[in-house]
Design a protein around this ligand. Structure first.
Ligand SMILES: Cc1cc2nc3c(=O)[nH]c(=O)nc-3n(C[C@H](O)[C@H](O)[C@H](O)COP(=O)(O)O)c2cc1C
Length: 205
């Protein structure tokens, strides 16, 4: 076994700084959406569900994504304000798992992000009853056309109240990196609450 494989290549440093470093590399190497992450939620009965969303802000305060609060995920979040996030950057053969409680972003934050998007994205999301049955795809296009007429270029498209964001405050962040012979390298950081010190340990792969 080569000597370099005997030591972890994941430093026991600040996990937010480590996230930043890996994310910066992913932005260079991923063909698209390096900020795409799987978001796992669960019903109060413990039935899980998972889907992709985009990371739209992050830092020591947490990891932020935007969505429709009346969607399937929104209902699960409303009933159980906890979630897990997963990044898998295939080109780097790396994975990051993040777990913790959720809080809704402020209206001001949601407004600012909503209005930073292109007009067509704002209209597409305002016209969507996300996750509810759609009898015909043409019905959605009709709604989009109605909103385009109601809000011509130069007017502000109001953010629907249910279109909002959530911030996951991590209590656990785990880094995984592919190593030769499937002797992969994992380091898990945990803390008991926001602002508390992180502990870390290597894990068997
Ligand atoms: C790469 C990718 C990024 C996505 N980003 C978002 C997002 O940021 N917000 C969102 O609501 N849905 C996003 N979606 C769509 C979701 O995966 C999902 O279809 C939708 O949110 C409905 O999920 P739900 O029925 O579990 O609520 C994305 C899908 C993909 C494949």
């Amino acid at each position: 076994m080569p000597v370099e494989n005997e030591q972890s290549v994941i430093p026991a440093s600040d996990p937010f700084a480590l996230f930043d470093a890996w994310f910066a590399e992913a932005k260079q190497s991923e063909p698209n959406d390096p900020n795409a992450m799987a978001l796992a939620t669960a019903t109060p009965e413990g039935a899980p569900s998972v889907r992709m969303v985009l990371l739209k802000g992050h830092g020591p305060g947490g990891f932020v994504f935007y969505t429709n609060a009346l969607s399937r995920k929104g209902g699960e979040i409303h009933a159980n304000m906890q979630a897990a996030l997963l990044f898998h950057w295939k080109s780097l053969r790396r994975q990051i798992r993040i777990e913790g409680p959720l809080t809704q972003v402020t209206d001001a934050e949601a407004d600012a992000y909503f209005h930073s998007r292109g007009r067509s994205s704002q209209i597409a999301s305002a016209a969507s009853d996300q996750s509810r049955p759609l009898p015909h795809r043409a019905d959605y296009f009709e709604r989009v056309a109605t909103l385009e007429e109601r809000y011509p270029e130069g007017t502000e498209i109001p953010r629907p109240q249910e279109w909002t964001g959530f911030r996951l405050t991590p209590l656990a962040i785990e880094f995984w990196i592919d190593r030769p012979a499937r002797m992969h390298d994992r380091r898990r950081f945990t803390r008991s609450g926001e602002g508390e010190a992180w502990s870390d340990t290597l894990l068997f792969p």
